[in-house]
Ligand binder design. Structure first.
Ligand SMILES: *[C@@H]1O[C@H](CO)[C@@H](O)[C@H](O)[C@H]1NC(C)=O
Ligand SMILES: *[C@@H]1O[C@H](CO)[C@@H](O)[C@H](O)[C@H]1NC(C)=O
Ligand SMILES: *[C@@H]1O[C@H](CO)[C@@H](O)[C@H](O)[C@H]1NC(C)=O
Ligand SMILES: *[C@@H]1O[C@H](CO)[C@@H](O)[C@H](O)[C@H]1NC(C)=O
Ligand SMILES: *[C@@H]1O[C@H](CO)[C@@H](O)[C@H](O)[C@H]1NC(C)=O
Ligand SMILES: *[C@@H]1O[C@H](CO)[C@@H](O)[C@H](O)[C@H]1NC(C)=O
Ligand SMILES: *[C@@H]1O[C@H](CO)[C@@H](O)[C@H](O)[C@H]1NC(C)=O
Ligand SMILES: *[C@@H]1O[C@H](CO)[C@@H](O)[C@H](O)[C@H]1NC(C)=O
Ligand SMILES: *[C@@H]1O[C@H](CO)[C@@H](O)[C@H](O)[C@H]1NC(C)=O
Ligand SMILES: *[C@@H]1O[C@H](CO)[C@@H](O)[C@H](O)[C@H]1NC(C)=O
Ligand SMILES: *[C@@H]1O[C@H](CO)[C@@H](O)[C@H](O)[C@H]1NC(C)=O
Length: 484
């Protein structure tokens, strides 16, 4: 299917996609994802994650030589590849994302010291954006106000001042750079970190990281990004009941989005975050259940490609389902699926994963549409089935589905039997104030910045391998050989 260049631009809902630098270092037998391989580009905005802010000079710095230079291993610079993508779709916006989980707070603290440091940072930022022809900057501080993670005392207020000054400085130019941020979904962190109404006013858009609600740190199975709370309809009127679920009541997409709305963020500034990965677990030996809330003994075994305990990319989950016969269950309460290995009830290989697939992502995108949000954000492109080898749904099925719902036709709105009544019913209650439950204290890890970069930096295949059918054949033979 071909899309005209400005088609997405005219319609206006955003599909913000993160492209993380470390996926290039995957040591795999499938091609790595180069940005220019998405044709046509299905996103309206691409964020390159991450560049770092030097905490002393307050300059933004590319993190890898190949970001800006030709290298033997990757050939063309990454930033150049990104701009090639833009040549195919002029409305595409490229932003550099700074910060991220591992970057912590040091650089941001140093920027916020006083007006001199803020001004220096803003000047350097504009120079960087000009130099590399980016359309804007995405601030991914995790998180302002989070003193446990090193944010300075009054970072909420100081960050707000920075945002305001950046906005003013950018808008002093005839063609202003975009100023955006990725933000927390946790009501406690939102209240501590952001002056919400100002924040949403000064930024062009705000992407809420509405995922990572549950993971290995819970010690029981849970779904990465439930859309709704369990039995939310029934629970609506008894906020004071003190059962075990109470602590986790905020842990769903709907409650996070409503928190942002109730604090004064306009809906059209918000992007609903979508995770193209699942959070996985190993079930405890003595449990004979596979449902949500089952006791676990840690994160699930690493996927063969992403190689990280406790998470699986969407395409890896497809492989589990299709090749390893895992069982999928769609949890209608929370509108998201989970899956477990066929041997889960034996005492071997008791793997479990809560994730998002085309069914749940459809419901979420329709939910975002119903609430008239500005768009969606996707973490991250390299976890989609970009080769089309795993899911049997073509290349980039996850982003393509999002794109089709928002731009192509009504077919997913009508044909699919998904029940969006809940979203519709509550769309008029956007201003309902949200009652925060007990503060969330358990440790939150984040998929995004785990050290895949510590893998040996080998290059096994060229990008060109992707178009080599002999390679595919070998790959398939190899997979089947493996499972015998
Ligand atoms: C990717 O970006 C991060 C900064 O978030 C940086 O630490 C890392 O070295 C970069 N490169 C790789 C290969 O991960
Ligand atoms: C701002 O902070 C920097 C770094 O601590 C310091 O060198 C500078 O003198 C301060 N400027 C003002 C105006 O306070
Ligand atoms: C935070 O504020 C308290 C009280 O105002 C002060 O004693 C403390 O030194 C501050 N901490 C930092 C890291 O600035
Ligand atoms: C905007 O530009 C004018 C003229 O160049 C300058 O005096 C002013 O300080 C700028 N304002 C900001 C916020 O950068
Ligand atoms: C999970 O188990 C670990 C180790 O036993 C414990 O430290 C942690 O507090 C538990 N987390 C939760 C959320 O119960
Ligand atoms: C969504 O969240 C709002 C605000 O917390 C709440 O009133 C509503 O019941 C929730 N909707 C569902 C279907 O849970
Ligand atoms: C992942 O899990 C395996 C098996 O439980 C363990 O041997 C390995 O050390 C874990 N790796 C990490 C990085 O935690
Ligand atoms: C999955 O199921 C198919 C068909 O029932 C069977 O042929 C295959 O061996 C199974 N694979 C595994 C890994 O159990
Ligand atoms: C759990 O099952 C594994 C595999 O059968 C076994 O090696 C291990 O000893 C069991 N652990 C417990 C605590 O029963
Ligand atoms: C959708 O859900 C609502 C509320 O849960 C229910 O009343 C309605 O009958 C459902 N519609 C369909 C088509 O299942
Ligand atoms: C890699 O690509 C280069 C240039 O595109 C080509 O000359 C070379 O033969 C390729 N190597 C392999 C292993 O495919």
């Amino acid at each position: 299917m071909k899309y005209s260049n400005n088609y997405l631009f005219l319609i206006g809902m955003r599909i913000v996609c993160y492209y993380p630098n470390w996926s290039l270092y995957r040591v795999t037998n499938i091609p790595i994802l180069y940005p220019e391989e998405m044709n046509p580009p299905l996103c309206t905005h691409i964020h390159i994650a991450f560049a770092l802010i030097n905490p002393r000079t307050l300059k933004i710095e590319p993190t890898e030589k190949h970001d800006t230079h030709y290298t033997d291993v990757f050939n063309k610079p990454l930033y150049m590849r990104m701009h090639e993508l833009k040549q195919r779709k002029s409305s595409l916006k490229l932003l550099v994302a700074v910060g991220g989980w591992t970057a912590g707070s040091e650089a941001f603290n140093n920027i916020l010291i006083n007006s001199t440091t803020r001004t220096i940072f803003i000047r350097h930022t504009k120079e960087f954006l000009h130099q590399w022809k980016f359309d804007g900057i995405d601030l991914d501080w995790e998180f302002p106000g989070d003193i446990e993670r090193g944010a300075m005392n009054n970072s909420r207020e100081q960050f707000n001042i920075l945002i305001k000054e950046m906005h003013e400085s950018f808008h002093n130019d005839s063609n202003p750079f975009l100023l955006t941020a990725a933000v927390s979904a946790d009501p406690t962190k939102i209240d501590r970190g952001y002056v919400v109404s100002d924040f949403c006013h000064y930024l062009d858009y705000v992407s809420v990281m509405t995922y990572d609600y549950h993971g290995a740190w819970d010690n029981v199975t849970g779904i990465n990004a439930p859309l709704y709370g369990r039995n939310s309809l029934e629970d609506d009127d008894d906020d004071d009941d003190d059962d075990d679920d109470d602590d986790g009541r905020w842990k769903n997409v709907n409650s996070s989005i409503h928190h942002w709305l109730s604090k004064g963020c306009s809906a059209n500034k918000l992007n609903l975050g979508l995770a193209m990965y699942g959070r996985s677990f190993i079930l405890a030996n003595d449990s004979n259940s596979v449902s949500v809330g089952t006791e676990t003994i840690g994160g699930g075994l690493a996927g063969p490609y992403t190689k990280e305990n406790g998470t699986l990319a969407y395409f890896e989950i497809c492989q589990k389902l299709r090749v390893f016969n895992w069982t999928r269950v769609f949890d209608t309460d929370v509108q998201a699926p989970y899956a477990y290995s066929s041997s889960s009830l034996n005492s071997f290989d008791r793997q479990w994963v809560g994730y998002d697939d085309l069914q749940s992502v459809t419901v979420k995108v329709l939910y975002a549409k119903t609430l008239e949000l500005g768009g969606v954000m996707v973490w991250s492109l390299d976890q989609d089935d970009y080769t089309g080898l795993f899911c049997g749904q073509g290349e980039f099925p996850f982003v393509r589905r999002i794109h089709d719902i928002l731009f192509s036709s009504n077919k997913h709105n009508q044909q699919e039997s998904f029940n969006t009544t809940k979203a519709t019913t509550y769309s008029t209650q956007q201003k309902t104030s949200f009652i925060p439950t007990r503060p969330f204290t358990s440790k939150r890890l984040k998929l995004t910045l785990t050290p895949i970069q510590t893998l040996p930096k080998l290059k096994i295949f060229n990008g060109s391998v992707k178009h080599n059918s002999a390679f595919y054949l070998l790959f398939i033979v190899w997979v089947f050989f493996l499972i015998q």
